[in-house]
Write a protein that binds this ligand. Structure first.
Ligand code: SAH
Ligand code: SF4
Length: 387
């Protein structure tokens, strides 16, 4: 068991890196191995077009997986959530979303916890543990595909990936890049970058890095509100990444990629559904090719802001907000609510309780910034009293 921890895990290796790792194995052999991994084999023994001795040698030196499914939860609406345990005991979550036409989307995590501390998000309220490596990202997809295919590992059942699970992807761009390289390789999963969406809380340098150095994927910004003062409280990242800088980075991305971006707006009852929020949004989208995606807040027990429990917008409040957008000609879509009963909807991910309670040492990380938790924010003097 301990030995396995130290063996390199092949599932996260992009083809070119695998080539180097397995040198002097011929290229066609490396491609065979890469392709087997993307088909979801669970052991080297299943790689039947390799010689017995090569399979044995690979098994001696490498592992195939760095994680395993700890629990599988299914919502009546078809959404499925997997809790996945990592080698160090961390538990992360990944979600499989299904729409009416049987198109399946994998929602993947990039970090265990999240250091960004958005006040409305369950993941942000957890202690930040660490970045995931490429293998741990790729394997979420493999586990979800296994669940989707219900045993048929060859079934190519997931058409889209959204990097909208736990964590801030721009803080883990290097490993995300390696994972995307695995996802998009024609010898493996063969997914187009157009079918992969990366969502960020708004880290300008990360957006520029993505624009300049790839990978070529779709981009979403979790805007929530364009009112700077309110956003600084709801999403503390705004203080180090002011909205004008984020907007300039988005414009740079659009110059490089030419792709429409999505602006996600989590709607919090009585907080960011004001006329001022529509005014600020209108100003923010000027000069951007963007579509707004409205996400009425998914309840997370115990979350509060400015001394009040957070709540979903009232139906009338939501209708008024949407009517205001329509009147101003601001295009928007509304996100379907999926997976609520299993805590698998946006912002509800956070199955890390068990490993954290087991190791108090992990709460005091030495190498990572101390997280700003929603709790510490809710204790502040209330700057907003609601609308
Ligand atoms: N950290 C990245 C990727 C995670 S995406 C980001 O924030 O963009 C998670 C999405 O769910 C974000 O758009 C976030 O704003 C939204 N979200 C967080 N908590 C939510 C909640 N309780 N209800 C609805 N949406 C939520
Ligand atoms: Fe982190 Fe995104 Fe949640 Fe904010 S919304 S705490 S950035 S996962």
């Amino acid at each position: 068991m301990i030995e396995a921890v130290f063996k390199p895990v092949l599932s996260g290796y992009p083809l070119s890196e695998l080539q180097e790792l397995l040198h002097p194995l011929p290229r066609f052999r490396v491609k065979q191995i890469f392709s087997w991994i993307s088909r979801g084999v669970r052991s080297f023994a299943e790689m039947t077009d390799l010689s017995q001795s090569l399979r044995a040698d690979l098994g001696e030196r490498f592992s195939l997986y760095a994680s395993e499914v700890a629990a599988r939860l299914k919502d009546p609406d078809g959404t499925e959530k997997l809790q996945i345990s990592l080698r160090d005991g961390c538990l992360i979550e990944a979600v499989l979303l299904t729409d009416g036409e049987e198109r399946r989307t994998a929602c993947l995590s990039t970090q265990a916890g999240c250091p960004q501390g958005c006040v409305f998000c369950k993941t942000g309220a957890l202690p930040f543990r660490r970045n995931l490596d490429s293998a741990e990202i790729v394997e979420q997809f493999l586990h979800l595909r296994g669940a989707a295919a219900d045993g048929d590992a060859d079934a190519n059942t997931i058409s889209n990936i959204v990097i909208m699970g736990m964590g801030e992807p721009m803080l883990n761009l290097a490993e995300l890049r390696r994972a995307v390289s695995v996802f998009t390789a024609s010898e493996g999963f063969g997914l187009s970058g157009r079918r992969i969406t990366v969502s960020t809380s708004g880290i300008a340098a990360g957006i520029r890095d993505l624009a300049d150095n790839g990978p070529r994927v779709r981009l979403a910004l979790s805007l929530t509100t364009a009112d700077t003062a309110l956003r600084e409280h709801l999403m503390p990242v705004t203080k180090s990444n002011p909205l004008p800088e984020v907007k300039a980075a988005l414009q740079h991305y659009q110059q490089c990629e030419g792709r429409r971006i999505t602006l996600e707006m989590v709607l919090l009852g009585g907080l960011n559904t004001r006329r001022e929020d529509v005014d600020a949004l209108q100003a923010f989208i000027r000069g951007l090719d963007a579509v707004i995606n409205l996400i009425p807040w998914n309840p997370v027990e115990g979350m509060s802001f400015a001394g009040r429990p957070l709540r979903e917008p009232e139906p009338g409040e939501l209708a008024a907000f949407m009517a205001e957008l329509e009147q101003r000609g601001i295009a928007f879509t509304r996100r379907y609510r999926k997976g609520r009963t299993i805590g698998g909807a946006c912002g509800q991910l956070g199955g890390m309780r068990e490993p954290y309670s087991l190791t108090t040492r992990d709460r005091v990380s030495t190498s990572t910034p101390s997280p700003v938790t929603s709790t510490s924010f809710s204790r502040r003097q209330p700057p907003w009293t609601g609308s």
